[in-house]
Ligand binder design. Structure first.
Ligand code: 4AD
Ligand code: MG
Length: 430
């Protein structure tokens, strides 16, 4: 058999092969038939192209037989044709069915629920292909940003022995004859690593046993986390806004085509720039009261409060200096007002909280006191207290959810649509 060489569809659509013979391999995306011509629209990872098969072509019999989502290889001549989507089509002279598909269960106008049930097939949709490509770019730019900023990438453990973000959302796992947990955040381990590397970051899964069904909670999500020694709250907010702006601007430029197909305005992303808004928790409460929210001082914001605040600013917004009761045990208190802690949430329109960060307690006694206050066992955190015993430094850090970032950037309804295999209380298949 003749050996074929294959070309990516993107290159054909770029016009590099006009009049030439090409080989393509991919999957049948659409098929339309009339008496003397069959249109087989083929997709590969790079694009979609219309291939025509005429009745006199040796490919006719296979073109008649081929079904949607069958895998195929074909050869043909590239022709410019204004009527073809993309401006080029391939006159096919040879078609080989690699894997003939059974009737594909996904058709037009099916519910979002159904598409999530058949996620393993829905991932082939043009929509998911675009989202997955942008997700890949977002991750690339996150790494690029930290590398440029002299952070060292580190690899934290997924099995942990002590909680970071409180017991309510911990997943327990059997670990030989012990009971351990899946990590909720790499923060405490990143704090260890700043003792040697000063500025560290990671992109890793975090696990939360979230029982409520919302548009922004997953049981397994990807977490961008960073920690930095000798840094302040101001440094922290600048770091976060620089990161988010860098990613948005890069994506606006590099993913223009995908954004257009997803009907996302690239200009809006390009306009995400520092400085973001900055208000204290106290100010946030005042603003909410003016909007008739019933929230009392000392209560945490819910989804509605966050969205209302972000909407008012129309851009990302930092809220900092929270009541100590509603934030985690490791948050450092303000000397002048110990009721408040140096914790900061980054909130954005529609999604609400995108990141949480803050200054960590660097004093040993204060940390031990807080562990007691939270009813946590000191011996479980002894290694963490050690960091305050041996050369402690003031330090900051934050964690940002990749899926929330994507859902916000791409204006998606649910974080589930930003990750290939979403895990929620009900969804763990496939
Ligand atoms: O606010 P969280 O719980 O903060 C921490 O875990 C800190 N220890 C992070 C740090 O300082 N290193 O989680 C951080 C972010 C949230 O702002 C949100 O974007 C995301 O992680 N997140 C979730 N994303 C999807 N599904 C969930 N169940 C999430 N829980 C948190
Ligand atoms: Mg938070």
């Amino acid at each position: 058999m003749m050996t074929m060489s294959f070309t990516s569809i993107r290159k054909i659509l770029d016009g590099r092969f006009e009049g030439k013979q090409v080989g393509i391999r991919g999957w049948v995306y659409r098929k339309r038939e009339s008496k003397d011509i069959i249109f087989v629209v083929v997709r590969d990872a790079t694009g979609v192209i219309q291939c025509t098969v005429t009745r006199d072509s040796p490919a006719w019999a296979d073109a008649e037989k081929v079904t949607i989502e069958s895998s195929v290889t074909l050869t043909g001549t590239v022709r410019k044709d204004e009527r073809a989507p993309g401006g080029f089509e391939v006159s096919t002279n040879q078609l080989r069915i690699v894997g003939l598909a059974e009737p594909f269960p996904i058709t037009k106008d099916q519910s979002e629920e159904f598409r999530r049930d058949v996620r393993h097939l829905w991932l082939r949709s043009q929509r998911m292909i675009k989202i997955m490509k942008i997700r890949s770019e977002v991750l690339k730019f996150v790494h690029e940003f930290f590398r440029k900023s002299d952070f060292t990438e580190v690899s934290p453990p997924m099995f942990i022995s002590s909680a970071v973000e409180g017991g309510a959302t911990l997943f327990g796992v059997k670990y030989f004859d012990k009971d351990l947990y899946l990590t909720q955040s790499a923060q405490l381990h990143l704090e260890v690593l700043i003792g040697s590397l000063e500025k560290v970051y990671c992109v890793a899964p975090s696990f939360r046993a979230e029982k409520s069904r919302t548009i922004r909670h997953l049981a397994e999500y990807w977490h961008v986390e960073a920690e930095q020694a000798f840094a302040t709250m101001d440094d922290l907010m600048r770091l976060e806004e620089d990161l988010v702006s860098y990613v948005c601007q890069k994506v606006a430029k590099q993913c223009e085509k995908e954004l257009r197909k997803l009907k996302v305005d690239a200009k809006k992303l390009a306009e995400v720039k520092p400085p973001f808004g900055r208000i204290t928790y106290d100010e946030a409460i005042e603003r909410l009261h003016k909007k008739d929210f019933k929230i009392r001082w000392g209560e945490d914001f819910g989804f509605d409060e966050e969205r209302a605040l972000a909407k008012e600013f129309g851009k990302p917004l930092f809220v900092y200096a929270y009541p100590r009761e509603i934030k985690a045990f490791y948050c450092k208190m303000y000397k002048e007002n110990p009721k408040l802690v140096m914790s900061v949430d980054l909130i954005v329109p529609k999604i609400g909280e995108l990141a949480t960060g803050g200054s960590r307690i660097d004093d040993k006694e204060e940390l031990i006191e807080r562990l007691r206050e939270f009813g946590l066992k000191e011996e479980d955190y002894d290694w963490y207290v050690d960091l305050r015993r041996y050369g402690t430094t003031p330090h900051i850090g934050f964690g940002l959810g990749v899926e929330r970032l994507l859902a916000w950037m791409l204006d998606l309804e649910n974080v589930m649509d930003t990750i290939p295999f979403p895990r929620t209380i009900r969804r763990f298949y496939p």
